[in-house]
Structure formats: structure tokens, C-alpha cells
Design a protein around this ligand. Structure first.
Ligand SMILES: NC(=O)c1ccc[n+]([C@@H]2O[C@H](COP(=O)([O-])OP(=O)(O)OC[C@H]3O[C@@H](n4cnc5c(N)ncnc54)[C@H](OP(=O)(O)O)[C@@H]3O)[C@@H](O)[C@H]2O)c1
Length: 340
């Protein structure tokens, strides 16, 4: 990749959000939508879009309930008639705050149990929550936090909610078919060849990139093996997206020196999108039908995911990661209701 190509990518980032005109006529009205990591950043803004577009029920999956309640209030206030001309679209939307800590497998199981018991249908699931850590730390389950939050827990939760998503595929009275959507937030950082540079192995952005690359491998397996019907059509449209660099709280741990803080500030002030603009990519990915299945959605388009995902070697890595993640997750299952 040439330097000019990289520079063009940076410059283009700021202006590459999907347009609001594309999102507005989509069939979100009447849907039940789950957005995780909705307390702030891209998740919060995506949830606001779903409310604006008329979703019936929105579940905000958040770590501290208090932060989730604040986010819910924030969305509701922004859709009041006095502040939004889109109030008509938001009429009848119920927003609920449900606790979910991806650093704990037990929390994931409790959350999924609620999804299976309390939701009549699940039409759209946006698995957005993630961390970008600067320090190595173990979760109570004994995993490095980035790997558990960004990869293992997201895949575990996806596998457990797939039956509910599949069962939510249906035809309307007019004969139109609705195929549920499952979206994962990946990151372009998987293209940084992080796996190929031993000298940068200890860098924490490398760990974030690896956790997202592993996530992508697993999502591609889910898309090809777990969400297709007997006729080869998707029962659930599964994809992975990246909104490009956005001004969010993701880099909250990176303010470890004034130099880093300054560089972040410059990047955020120049090339980064706002979280509202970035969140359009999240919503856009869930508005795609079968053409978006198994695909990489970058900014405002379906793109080829690149060699780290599509080369012959990458396909071998994908199988290996999928097998290893499967073995790890199998060992997390509580003995009761999930042993089937
Ligand atoms: N910003 C970017 O430039 C960019 C670019 C490409 C992809 N992405 C992806 O977009 C997604 C959203 O990122 P963002 O930029 O909006 O970051 P953010 O502002 O830091 O939001 C991350 C969200 O994840 C939640 N979260 C973190 N750890 C969690 C845990 N253990 N359990 C449950 N929730 C947890 C956070 O909740 P708390 O508030 O409780 O911490 C927050 O709601 C991530 O998957 C990220 O990798 C971001």
C-alpha cells in the first residue's frame, strides 16, 4: 500500500459516512433492536438512530446501569417534539436498559437468558461494545481483558442469541420477508499487519487489532456455517463493520502522556468523524439484505476485507482461531440450561 493510498484513506475518512437519506426509508419501524455498548460513543448514536427511525423496542446492553439510564434519557430528550422534527418517527419506541459486562462470561449468560425469555422477537442485534486497553489485565475468568471483551464474549453471545434471531425471520401480511440482522463491530486495524511484526508484539494497539481480527474470523465462520438455511440463503444476515476513525471514548486509556494526548487531539480534530456520523455505518450495515451477508462494511460501502482475512494463509488461521475459540467457550458453559 503506497503512502499516497494511506494519506487518501485518512483524508477520505472524515467524509465517508453513509448519508442520512439512505437510512431514513429503511424498514426499521416496528423492529426490536439490541445495541450493546450503548452507554456512549457509536452505540449510543446508533440507538438514537434506531429510535428516530421508529424501532418499537430498543435494548441498550450496558455495563453500569446508571450510565445506561443516562444514555436512555439522552436519547429520549433528543427526540422530544420541541427538539426534534422527527418526533413522529420516534413515537411508541420503548427503550430498556439491560446490564451486560462482557468481561464476565456469567454476565453474558445472564443477559442472553433474558433475551431468550423476555423478547418475543429479536430483529436486529448490533454487537458494538469493545475496549482498547493500554495495560495488560486479567478478567475474573482469567482472560486478558481485550481478548475476552472484544472477541470471546462477543462470539459467545452471538452463538447464544442466534436461535432467537433465526426464529425472528418472518413474512409480513403483504408477503414481504424480514431477515433478522446480526452485526459485529470490527476495525480496520486488522489490516495493520499486526500479527507479522514481532517487534511490535507488546504494543497495546496490536492487541486491539488482534482481538478484532479474531472476531472477524469467527464472524465469517458464523456467516457461512451457522446462519444459512437448507437452501443456502441466510436465515440471519450476519456482517462486520467499521465506521472508520471516530471521535469517541475508545481511546480513553491512551492519555498517558501529553504527547499522546496532543496527537489524539489533532487526529480527532482533523480526520475523525463524529460518533453520530460513525454510527450511520452501524445502522447502514443492518439495513443491508442478503447482499450484505458475510460482508465487511467499511464507512458507506461493502468492501473487500483484505489479505489478512482472505488469503489462503488467513483462511487456515480462521479455522484455527474458530476451533480454539469454540473450545474456550465450550468450557464456559454453566452446567444447567445451556448444555444442549
Ligand atoms: N471510534 C473509532 O474510531 C472506531 C473505529 C472502528 C471501530 N470502532 C468500534 O466501534 C465500537 C464502539 O466504539 P466507540 O468508538 O463507540 O468506543 P467507546 O466510546 O469507548 O464505546 C465503547 C462502548 O463499549 C462499552 N464497553 C466497554 N467494555 C465493556 C464491557 N466489559 N462490557 C460491556 N460494555 C463494555 C463501553 O461501556 P462503558 O461506558 O461502560 O465503558 C461503551 O459503551 C467498538 O467495537 C470499536 O472497536 C470504533
Amino acid at each position: 500500500m503506497s503512502s499516497l493510498h494511506v494519506l487518501w484513506g485518512f483524508l477520505r475518512n472524515r467524509w465517508s459516512a453513509p448519508s442520512l437519506d439512505y437510512l431514513t426509508p429503511r424498514s426499521i419501524a416496528g423492529r426490536t433492536v439490541l445495541v450493546t455498548g450503548a452507554s456512549t460513543g457509536l452505540g449510543l448514536e446508533a440507538a438514537r438512530h434506531y429510535a428516530r427511525l421508529g424501532a418499537t423496542r430498543i435494548i441498550l446492553g450496558v455495563r453500569p446501569l446508571r450510565k445506561g439510564e443516562t444514555a436512555k434519557q439522552n436519547i429520549e430528550d433528543s427526540l422530544q417534539p420541541s427538539t426534534s422534527s422527527k418526533h413522529e418517527d420516534a413515537k411508541g419506541t420503548t427503550i430498556e436498559v439491560w446490564e451486560l459486562d462482557l468481561a464476565s462470561f456469567a454476565s453474558v449468560y445472564t443477559f442472553v437468558e433474558r433475551v431468550l425469555k423476555e423478547l418475543d422477537s429479536l430483529d436486529i442485534a448490533v454487537l458494538n461494545a469493545a475496549v482498547s486497553k493500554t495495560c495488560f489485565s486479567f478478567t475474573d475468568d482469567g482472560w486478558e481483558e481485550t481478548l475476552q471483551v472484544n472477541t470471546l464474549s462477543n462470539i459467545l453471545r452471538a452463538q447464544l442469541i442466534l436461535p432467537k434471531l433465526r426464529a425472528s425471520r418472518r413474512k409480513s401480511d403483504t408477503g414481504d420477508e424480514w431477515i433478522p440482522k446480526l452485526e459485529f463491530l470490527a476495525s480496520q486495524l486488522n489490516w495493520l499487519a499486526a500479527l507479522n511484526k514481532p517487534e511490535t508484539f507488546d504494543g497495546t494497539s496490536q492487541r486491539y487489532g488482534i482481538s478484532k481480527l479474531f472476531l472477524i474470523y469467527c464472524v465469517r465462520e458464523i456467516a457461512t456455517s451457522l446462519s444459512i438455511d437448507e437452501g443456502g440463503r441466510p436465515e440471519v444476515v450476519v456482517n462486520y463493520s467499521c465506521p472508520g476513525a471516530c471521535k469517541s471514548e475508545l481511546a480513553r486509556e491512551w492519555h498517558t502522556s501529553w504527547v499522546k494526548s496532543f496527537v489524539l487531539w489533532v487526529l480527532q480534530a482533523t480526520i475523525c468523524k463524529t460518533t453520530e456520523e460513525g454510527s450511520r455505518t452501524l445502522v447502514y450495515a443492518t439495513c443491508l439484505e442478503e447482499e450484505g451477508h458475510g460482508k465487511w462494511i467499511h464507512n458507506d460501502a461493502i468492501e473487500a476485507p483484505g489479505k489478512l482475512v482472505e488469503s489462503d494463509l488467513a483462511l487456515k488461521w480462521q479455522k484455527r482461531v474458530w476451533d480454539e475459540v469454540g473450545q474456550v467457550l465450550q468450557g464456559t458453559r454453566p452446567t444447567s440450561q445451556y448444555n444442549r
